[in-house]
Design a protein around this ligand. Structure first.
Ligand code: FAD
Ligand code: SF4
Length: 552
């Protein structure tokens, strides 16, 4: 391979989400002379961002205090009605708002598309002189002689499936920085490398995740209630599976409908996609979509380990920010505010370091300050909600979680201390022989859909003749181990139908083959987390590939 060209910056940021863009904006606002570059694997800023989103404005208020009066800012709908329900198959029991801890209230929050917010932040960053390169995936961390991070490399473009250069091949670039901020969102691929290399998680609990699936609908006027925010838990998830739904009304008759299943589920025949489809048939939910049109679909994991799963956030030459660091308040299903706040906090510490003439060392001041900041306070209060839910199941777990949030809020203490999460999500599946297989109804293509027609609405596109970005450490594992033991759960947990078992003889189920339809991948990262053999590694494909979410 020819040598890569390299360019030197003060700060290199990987990922143009709220965390990366907040860091870039804050750096430039503090010192316009600091050179800042942001690389983004999506074809445009926001193309890979999928979120609810009900946004706590604390981050935007600090980053760009005038955002409410900016006509270009896409956040226009304020929360008007805030509802919680527990669902059984046929009933919906409301939870009174007075019983909910104050921190769970959504009043004062705004509803909108986080992808659109990122595009708006991107324009602001560029106006301040930040260089943003969409369509470029960061594929490698670059190291100096002392093992410190000195930059990143973007991926080569134009390799064929075997990794050989095709006509039009372009070598990746080296972007060198005095500091590198990793803002890749949940389960970032470079962040994973940094965590492993510097053992950043040696003192923390395993990170936990949920898979979030989302559809965007335009509903009829009769079913639209601007500012309505509704969360549910319970049906259709069976005993032992935790998760829930969100439904947000905003904009021009838009309804953002989502479903989160925690990835610590045990039954390998569970399909989060089909649970989501079934959820829509609930009597309280289905009516909203009568006469409406589904306009987008996608999926993305959400970090849920919170306070006790956050790794050390700094390493020589850089730091983790936003969901790369797992800074989500899972009880509130909110992380965008902490993404912005952590980007700002890291930027302030980088500015101080640069002003002192430092480079490529550890940003101890960032690590030492986030737990005592608004980010830490937000996560600390809800630290036991997920472990309680996992240990005690739905009703008792939710009840105890609510009690714990109240005691944290009122007395700044918990009778539980800080509970552990236990196993990583890859280790929770039971063998298929020990579970009752879940059978899902067929979609009706009006309210419920199959995976292919859903993936179509994510506008996912990858160059087909390129190295497969879903790497198997051992190609024999899916058929030799996972199929007999777990029924190969990748077929079911992947929300895009990327993984299939194809039989040489369908009738006798002889000659099974594991097929990877990598071009359908929506970059949710579930397979990198849930594979029981930890055998699948998600690496960035050619920049620009993946979903092209309109406003998710
Ligand atoms: C289903 C769901 C619902 C949610 N609902 C809410 C909600 O209602 N309110 C709320 O506040 N939060 C919500 N969240 C959480 C919120 O979306 C995240 O906290 C937030 O997006 C984190 O911002 P971030 O900048 O850290 O990462 P992201 O928003 O994920 O942005 C990361 C960016 O980095 C890019 N990237 C990643 N790797 C690379 C690479 N190697 N090279 C180049 N680019 C790269 C990605 O393409 C992406 O654009 C939800 C999340 C999910 C999944
Ligand atoms: S292949 Fe993996 S990352 Fe891609 S959509 Fe499927 S589960 Fe998600």
């Amino acid at each position: 391979m020819p040598a890569r060209e390299s360019t030197q910056y003060d700060v290199v940021i990987v990922g143009a989400g709220p965390a990366g863009l907040a860091a870039a904006i804050r750096l430039k606002s503090l010192d316009p002379e600091i050179s800042v570059v942001v690389v983004e694997k999506g074809s445009t800023v926001g193309a890979h961002i999928l979120s609810g989103a009900v946004i706590d404005p604390i981050g935007l208020d600090r980053l760009t205090p005038e955002w409410r009066s900016d006509s270009e800012c896409p956040l226009k709908t304020q929360v008007a009605i805030d509802q919680f329900y527990y669902l059984t198959e046929t009933r919906a029991a409301p939870l009174p708002n007075w019983a909910m801890p104050r921190l769970m209230s959504n009043h004062g929050n705004f509803i909108g598309s986080l992808g659109a917010v990122a595009r708006w932040l991107g324009a602001r960053a560029e106006a301040l002189g930040v260089e943003i390169y969409p369509g470029f995936a960061a594929t490698e961390l670059l190291y100096g002689d002392e093992g410190e991070v000195i930059g990143i490399a973007t991926g080569d473009m134009g390799l064929d499936r075997e990794g050989r250069p095709k006509p039009g091949f372009t070598r990746g670039m080296e972007l060198l920085g005095k500091y590198v901020l990793l803002a890749e969102g949940a389960r970032g691929s470079l962040s994973k490398q940094a965590v492993a290399r510097y053992r950043l998680d040696s003192a923390s609990e395993p990170q936990k995740y949920g898979i979030g699936l989302k559809e965007l609908w335009q509903v009829s006027e009769d079913h639209f209630s601007p500012g309505l925010v509704r969360h549910t838990f319970g049906w259709p998830l069976s005993k032992g599976v935790s998760g829930g739904s969100f439904l947000y009304h905003y904009g021009d008759r838009l309804v953002s409908l989502g479903f989160v299943a925690h990835l610590n589920y045990e039954n390998p025949t569970l399909s989060p996609f089909d649970e989501f489809q079934r959820f829509k048939t609930h009597p309280m939910i289905r009516g909203t979509f009568a006469g409406g049109k589904r306009i987008a679909y996608g999926a993305r994991v959400i970090a849920s380990g919170g306070w006790q799963s956050a790794p050390k956030l700094v390493f020589p030459g850089g730091a983790l920010i936003g969901c790369s660091a797992g800074l989500v308040n899972f009880a509130r299903i909110k992380g965008s505010h902490n993404a912005i706040l952590s980007g700002m906090l890291a930027a302030e510490k980088v500015r101080d370091a640069l002003a002192a003439g430092r480079a490529n060392d550890e940003l101890h001041a960032y690590e030492n300050s986030w737990r005592g900041s608004d980010i830490g306070r937000d996560l600390y209060k809800v630290r036991n909600v997920k472990p309680l839910w996992s240990r005690f199941g739905l009703l008792l777990g939710v009840g105890l979680g609510g009690f714990d949030m109240w005691t944290n809020e009122l007395f700044k203490a918990s009778i539980f201390g800080t509970l552990k999460h236990g196993k990583p999500d890859s280790d929770t599946l039971k063998p298929i022989s020990e579970v009752v297989p879940i059978v899902y109804p067929k979609p009706d293509s009006v309210l419920t859909f199959d995976k292919p027609s859903s993936v179509y609405l994510s506008n996912t596109n990858h160059e087909e003749d390129q190295p497969i970005h879903l790497r198997l450490h051992d190609p024999g594992v899916p058929i030799r181990d996972n199929l007999p033991r777990f029924g190969e759960p990748a077929r079911l947990y992947c929300p895009a139908g990327v993984y299939e078992i194809v039989y040489g003889n369908e009738a006798s189920r002889a000659d099974p083959r594991f097929v990877i339809n990598a071009q359908n991948c929506v970059h949710c990262k579930t397979c990198d987390i849930k594979d029981p053999a930890k055998n699948i590694e998600w690496v960035p494909p050619e920049g620009g590939g993946g979903p092209n979410y309109p406003d998710m």
